[in-house]
Every structure is written in C-alpha cells, then in structure tokens.
Design a protein around this ligand. Structure first.
Ligand code: ADQ
Length: 502
C-alpha cells in the first residue's frame, strides 16, 4: 500500500535529540492512521517542513516504534503558499463547500498546485513496485492519479475525496474544472462520502468532459478506460472510542469537568476552527436561545473546543478573532458571578480528554454550514454508552444522510438552532435512548474497519475482475467474496518483501 495525502500523520521537527514526530489532528489522519499502523506500507505526505534545510526523509513512524514508513515531501515557502494556502484552501476548499465568494482564482497559484502535484507523483513513482495499491487522498492532490497513470499505465490507483463534491453548476465555475476532473479520472476507483456527491461528480464529468457515464452502476468511460465511483462514508474507530469511554479515569474526568462547570446542563461543540464549521452562527444561535429562554440562564454552559487549523491563512486568523470576540460579547452580556455561559478552548486535545468532554455533554452541536461528512458526530455517538445525550446535526453535513435520528437543523436558521437546543434539553429520557440506540447502530455497523475493508475489497474485486492477480487463485476459484482479510495477507506479504515491517 502506498498512501498519498497532503498532510502526514506526524509533523516532523528537528530537535537536539534528533527528529521528533508530533501527531497531527484531523479527520483524514484519524481515519487512515489505524490502517497504516496495522498493515504497514509507505505514506507519501508533506511532513509540515519547508525546504531550506532538508530534502525530506524516509523514516519509520511512530519514531522509535515504527509501524510504517513515512516518505516525507518537503515544500518550499512559495509552494506552501501557492499550492496549499492558495489553490487548495482559497479555491478548491471554498468552492466545494459552496463559498464562491471566498474563492480567489489566480493562474500563478494553479501553476504551483500543478508543480506540487507532480512532485508528489514523482515520489510515488520512486516508491511504487508492480502490483502496489496506490491510494491517493483528497482535493489537494487531484492531479496525482493522472500523473501516475501517464508514467505507469497499469497502476492500480484508488482515490478518496473527503470533502463535498458540489453541484456541477458550482464546480464549473472553477477555471481548471476540466483539468481537475481529468486528473481524478486517472484513478481506477474513486470514493465519495455520500450518494449525492457521486451523482454531482458524474454530472460534472458528463457535462464538462463529455465522458460517458452510467449513474446506476457508478461507472465512467473515458478515453478507453473505465473508472468506478462509489459512496462510502468514512467511519470512526468505534471500539477504541467505546473502550476509552469505559475507562474509570475518563469517566472521572468527565464528572470533574461537569463539577467544574457547575451547571445543570452542558452543551458542546468540537471543530477545527474553520468557517465551514459554522461556529459563529452556532454562537449566534446560542445567544438567541439565552435571550428567548431566560429560564435557562445560569443553568447551562456551552463548551466550544476549537482546534487550530490553517493559521497561516489571514482569513483563519480573522475567524479566530471574530469567534473570540463573540464569546467575550456573549459572556459579557449574560454572564454573572459564578456563571460563564460560553467556555472556549483553542487547542488540540488528547483523545481521552476529548472523550471526557463527549461524556460530559448532554447535547453535542454539530452545525457546519457545509461538511463532507463530520467525524465528531460519530465519535460522540461512539462514546455515549449509556444511550443518553442528544446530537444536533446540520442538514448540510454529509453525515446527516446517515444519522437520520439526530435532531436535524438548518445552521443558517438561528431560530431553528435555538429551538433545537430547547428541544434537545427537554427531550424525554426514553426518546433520547431510542434515538441514541439507533444512532449507535448506524455508527457501529459502518465503523472505520467497515470503511477500510469495503473500500479496499471493492477496489480489489474490481481489479480482479479485470484479471489483476491480487488474490490467490484458490480464493477466487472457491467463489468466496473478496474480504479485508485477503487484503491484509496480500499487504503483509508485500510489506515483508520490501523489508519495512519492524
Ligand atoms: P475535518 O474537516 O477535519 O475532516 P471532521 O470529520 O469533523 O472534520 O474530523 C475532525 C477530527 O479532528 C475528528 O476526528 C476530531 O476528533 C478531531 N478533533 C477536532 N477537534 C479536536 C481537538 N480540539 N482536539 C483533538 N482532536 C480534535 C475532513 C472533512 C470532513 C470528513 C473528514 C473525514 O472536512 O467532512 O468527515 O475529513 O473524511
């Protein structure tokens, strides 16, 4: 397995004791690190360093206890600006989240994006052996599949798009829409979170490229090749979250948190500090709730945990200031001695700390203005073992298509957000239990193992149909379904051959 993504699972830092790796926070890393830790392989990614002092390392990670290999891509400050800050995060990110007014289209940024995609592809080509599975991730690297395909026509390339894929009328605004679609179609298999993103993608390749598509089967025929498309929402590591939630020390921390907050109810928000997550609008909804429900003043606390993200981009710095100002304003307006309505925390937490917050919260507010999926919602459900707690979920998060028993809300409608908070706080115990049990069954049946196995098994079975020998003939002749086990065996053998297992 060669995994390719913009961010590595570790940020590498030179220290007096040598190179140190600090684990990164985010949906993609949460989803993929368990795969690499379990089966080994090579992860080609940017380790967060810029190129003055180093050309990049090839190192076993976690450093000191290696489970897989990190092939570090180093970027120059100009590349970080043009590829990452500009084209990826000031064009593709806002465009795909329907924030057209936030897009800044500049030809020079596109040129750098292209060059960096070529750099990633070159590293992959240096690592690839015949028969490798090359799995590329996300919008930063949309051109990589075609760049690899050009050099290695027989390569097996999978791609997963982690953010929304917008309606074609929005996507066609992108001056390089054609090139991005062609880049993606270099893959054999492309996954999106939900069916609507698959349909939007099929509409786009049909209308922008003129490719022939079969919507029912999820197939694109393009330039003599066949590309398969499928909806596969990422899951969370249910077992890990529920085990942490059972730990007495974590339960104690949750009780301590509640005692410190000192109110009857606790509301929680956990997000990267990104404008798509709707943190400002949520604060406004909370303010409206306090205004229209004075009987709750002093009886509840809203805890907002925000993890720093893209802090090199001025818009994100502005957002931080705006959020902090709003928190100050609400606390100034409603707070009184002994009661702070909003507790705001701007930092990354350890997983056990995060679970303690999930356990302490009566109500989790996940109200992005647009979100590819949203793992926080699933993590909350995985941690609530007592079948209590209420999930308020934006209709514009992909996960709302799966977690239909949440209280679904339009995050732009502040009155509705305020009403939902009230409904959640006053929900009868048996209704909470019924809803949470149903949410749990959705989260357990499609956990991270389901996602990884299904993605890889579907991909391998499509490849096998085309005659690629990735499974032992015995298994294929026996007509057994292709399972994750076949993949693990296959990968293990390859990884051993390359001598990368510790
Ligand atoms: P993100 O936009 O990063 O992911 P999300 O899916 O919510 O969004 O994942 C965030 C992850 O970061 C979660 O695992 C959460 O636990 C963690 N996290 C958040 N705040 C934290 C904090 N303060 N401390 C520690 N950890 C924190 C992108 C897409 C999503 C998609 C994922 C996966 O934007 O829509 O769900 O990829 O495909």
């Amino acid at each position: 397995m060669i995994l390719v993504s913009n961010r590595a699972s570790y940020v590498l830092k030179e220290t007096f004791q040598g190179l140190k790796g600090e684990r990164t926070v985010g949906g993609l890393v949460s989803a993929l690190e368990p795969l690499m830790a379990e089966c080994g392989g090579v992860w080609v990614a940017w380790g967060g360093r810029s190129g003055e002092k180093t050309k990049g390392v090839r190192i076993g990670v976690p450093i000191g206890k290696p489970r897989y290999t990190l092939r570090e891509v180093v970027l120059s400050p100009e590349e970080i600006e043009g590829y990452y800050h500009a084209f990826a995060n000031r064009v593709l990110w806002p465009l795909c989240h329907y924030f057209l007014e936030r897009c800044t289209f500049r030809q020079e940024d596109w040129e750098i994006y292209k060059a960096v995609n070529e750099k990633f592809a070159t590293f992959v080509l240096e690592e690839a052996l015949p028969g490798d599975l090359i799995w590329v991730h996300d919008y930063h690297l949309s051109l990589v599949p075609q760049l690899i395909r050009h050099q290695l026509p027989g390569a097996q390339i999978g791609f997963f798009w982690h953010i929304p894929f917008p309606d074609v009328e929005v996507f066609r605004v992108l001056p390089q829409a054609r090139q991005v679609l062609e880049g993606l179609l270099g893959s054999n298999f492309i996954g999106f979170h939900v069916p609507s993103y698959c349909l939007n993608f099929l509409d786009a390749v049909e209308s922008i490229l003129g490719a022939s598509v079969d919507r029912e089967k999820g197939v694109v025929d393009w330039k003599g090749r066949r590309v398969f498309i499928k909806d596969l929402p990422v899951g969370v590591d249910y077992q890990a979250f529920s085990e942490i939630a059972r730990r007495p020390d974590v339960q104690k921390s949750a009780q301590k948190l509640r005692a410190l907050l000192g109110t009857e109810f606790v509301l929680l928000g956990v997000d990267r500090l990104d404008y798509t997550k709707g943190i400002k609008e949520r604060l406004q909804g909370f303010e409206l709730f306090l205004e229209s429900n004075p009987q709750y003043q002093g009886r509840l606390t809203y805890v907002q945990i925000a993890v720093p993200t893209r802090s090199g981009i001025p818009e994100y710095q502005d957002l931080r200031h705006q959020v902090e100002e709003m928190v100050g304003r609400i606390n100034g307006r409603f707070g009184k001695p002994g009661w702070t309505p909003v507790v705001y925390c701007y930092r990354a937490l350890e997983r056990s700390e995060l679970v303690a917050y999930y356990l302490a919260a009566d109500l989790l507010l996940v109200t992005p203005l647009r979100d590819g999926l949203n793992l926080v919602a699933k993590e909350y459900v995985a941690s609530r073992l007592e079948d209590d707690g209420v999930l308020v979920l934006s209709a514009f998060a992909g996960v709302a298509e799966e977690l239909t028993e949440a209280l679904i809300v339009n995050p732009f409608d502040l009155q509705e957000v305020s009403n939902c908070i009230k409904t959640g706080l006053e929900m009868p115990r048996d209704e909470k239990a019924r809803r949470m049990a149903s949410l749990r069954s959705a989260v357990t049946s499609r956990d991270i193992t389901w996602w990884l196995d299904t993605f890889i098994a579907t991909w391998i079975s499509l490849a096998s149909e085309k005659g690629l020998r990735v499974l032992s003939p015995g298994r294929r002749e026996a007509g057994r379904p292709v399972t994750g086990d076949a993949f693990w065996g296959f990968i293990e053998e390859k990884v051993k051959r390359k001598g990368e297992l510790p």
